[in-house]
Design a protein around this ligand. Structure first.
Ligand SMILES: *Cc1c(COP(=O)(O)O)cnc(C)c1O
Length: 237
């Protein structure tokens, strides 16, 4: 008999909650991808999640991503969700399916250069500071259109959509307004018919608020604690 680990139980619970949130909001669960945020967690924890057919994993530190990839040879889909310094791009370009955390034109231009060098096209999301928090990374919503227009002409980058880290709150309902604003931002950008820009991905919602995010249109939810339990050492945002 195989023992069912707490990680496996947690994944089943999260999947049920995702399905329920989809049902409440009349959405198809196939539209929502669960990303297991494995930052700070050992590869054994990732392997536990893989038993449940999880293949999407989120990491926020490029070197940690590199180290884990060296230990796990199965073809997983790795997502870079943390702030990126340009000197760390070599660990990320061609090694992740999506970079969620592009928060400046400068970073996009460096991703363009590295992608060109590696002869590939990198899919990205633009990170938005939707609540205007001074402590947070992200593009100010008012600056988004200009940045999108500038990134749209970079041939080795494909902008797939937007990402946000909503404010920390005990009451997830308080973040509904921000998730709604994110969806509206994406709709508005698409209506501008910018060449090379059709956004279809919205990365929002974490352990505390992913169900609300799904009700408001999230297509990617990033769940760490809710799957792996508490992180025992701090991970830089
Ligand atoms: C750590 C992290 C998460 C997961 O947070 P939990 O609250 O543990 O689910 C999601 N997104 C980003 C960008 C993170 O850094």
């Amino acid at each position: 008999m195989t023992e069912i680990s707490s990680i496996q139980t947690a994944i089943a619970d999260v999947r049920n909650r995702i399905d329920a949130a989809c049902k409440r909001s009349g959405r198809n669960p196939d539209e929502v991808t669960l990303i297991a945020v494995s930052k700070t967690m050992p590869v054994e924890a990732i392997r536990e999640a893989m038993v449940c057919d999880v293949i999407e994993f989120g990491e926020n530190r490029p070197q940690e991503l590199r180290d884990k990839q060296a230990m796990i040879t199965e073809p997983l889909h790795w997502h870079m969700i943390g702030s990126l310094q340009t000197n760390k791009l070599k660990y990320v370009i061609g090694k992740t399916v999506l970079i969620h955390s592009v928060d400046s034109l400068h970073l996009a231009e460096e991703i363009e250069k590295a992608s060109q060098k590696n002869k590939l096209i990198t899919e990205i999301l633009l990170e938005i500071n939707i609540a205007g928090e001074t402590s947070k990374h992200g593009i100010n919503p008012e600056e988004l259109e200009n940045i999108v227009r500038a990134v749209a002409v970079l041939p080795h980058i494909k902008v797939r959509g937007l990402m946000t880290v909503a404010p920390y709150t005990e009451n997830a309902e308080e973040n509904r307004i921000y998730f709604r604003k994110m969806k509206q931002l994406m709709v508005d950008i698409n209506l501008k018919n910018i060449d090379n820009i059709t956004m279809d991905m919205l990365s929002m919602g974490m352990t505390g608020d992913y169900e609300i995010a799904i009700e408001e249109g999230a297509t990617l939810v990033r769940v760490g604690t809710g799957i792996f339990g508490h992180r025992f050492y701090p991970s830089k945002e």
